[in-house]
Design a protein around this ligand. Structure first.
Ligand code: SAH
Length: 287
């Protein structure tokens, strides 16, 4: 078996900026990354790490630092020997560390020791959307985590794999209603709800606004496309209690103005906007 020498470069970097920097490190010859909350380990073959590459690396970091001055980027380098990195990365594939607290794991993976104690969402994707790899799901989870409080009532509109509904239940919701128009999603979400043992808290129905139970929720989360959100916002806004919150995701940066106008007409006021790459999620307050 060949044993290659690698460099492991440890970078301190806020989670939300990691993907941006990784995109710039791949062209330098980095072959694998391990993303941790607020740091990354990047792996590059020692043979590849010549003076020119090291200089380019420093330039990338400097440029990045100028763009994001509030996020100090610090790196340390160590030499490692390893037979088969691929195996190690494969073994991690499918696990998504979304926030410091929340992790998404498919059933064929075992939980790494360092993640014990976190909120683990067991999600097996089938034909539905919501594995946790997509920015829009991650942004929704991040905002849901910020907004959730024990005993809240939640509507997950467009549940896909059920990931947001399950997260709400695990974060302390008293009751969660989840709907999706897609039959496969409803089947898949149901399986995931059982797998996460939240069937007492989460109710799922197939359909759109018309099947949403007639009640008012503390929190409505909808990770759906912009045209659908614009169309359904007036109906959804009626299902939120006074001083409740709505989290809309599935939006591109370029959708912001339009959706803000629609929301304002429906009596919703922008509270917070979070962004990852070209995607945004917006938290609204009911006026
Ligand atoms: N909530 C998951 C999935 C988002 S994908 C996540 O955050 O990852 C969007 C989902 O919304 C899809 O499963 C799609 O079937 C559903 N959807 C689209 N239009 C809908 C509508 N009008 N009513 C209910 N669900 C809808």
């Amino acid at each position: 078996m060949t044993r290659r020498t690698w460099y492991c470069i440890h970078l301190l970097l806020p989670t939300q900026l990691q993907d941006l920097l990784i995109g710039q490190l791949v062209p330098l010859g980095f072959e694998g990354f391990e993303q941790l909350p607020d740091s990354i380990d990047g792996y590059v073959r020692a043979k590849r790490w010549d003076r020119a590459t090291a200089r380019r690396f420093r330039n990338v970091l400097e440029r990045f630092q100028r763009e994001f001055p509030s996020a100090p980027v610090r790196s340390t380098l160590r030499r490692v020997r390893e037979e088969n990195w691929n195996k190690k990365w494969e073994a991690q594939a499918g696990i998504v560390r979304v926030t410091k607290q929340i992790l998404i794991k498919p059933s064929w993976q075992t939980l790494p020791a360092r993640d014990r104690g976190k909120i683990v969402l067991h999600i097996d994707p089938k034909m539905s959307f919501g594995t946790g790899h997509h920015e829009t799901t991650q942004l929704s989870l991040q905002m849901l985590e910020e907004t959730m409080f024990r005993g809240a009532t939640v509507l997950d509109f467009g549940t896909g794999t059920g990931v947001l509904a399950i997260a709400a239940a695990r974060l302390g919701a008293k009751h969660v209603d989840a709907v999706d128009v897609d039959e496969w999603s409803v089947v898949n979400a149901r399986e995931n709800i059982l797998r996460n043992r939240v069937q007492r808290t989460v109710r799922i129905k197939r359909g759109s606004v018309a099947v949403v139970p007639r009640r008012r929720y503390d929190i409505v989360v909808a990770n759906v496309d912009a045209p659908t959100l614009e169309r359904l916002l007036p109906g959804l806004a009626k299902r939120i209690r006074a001083r409740g919150t709505v989290i809309l995701s599935g939006l591109l940066v370029t959708d912001l103005d339009r959706i803000r106008r629609h929301a304002s007409r429906a009596g919703l006021q922008v509270g917070e906007i979070v962004r990852k790459n070209e995607w945004i999620a917006i938290l609204f307050w009911v006026q």
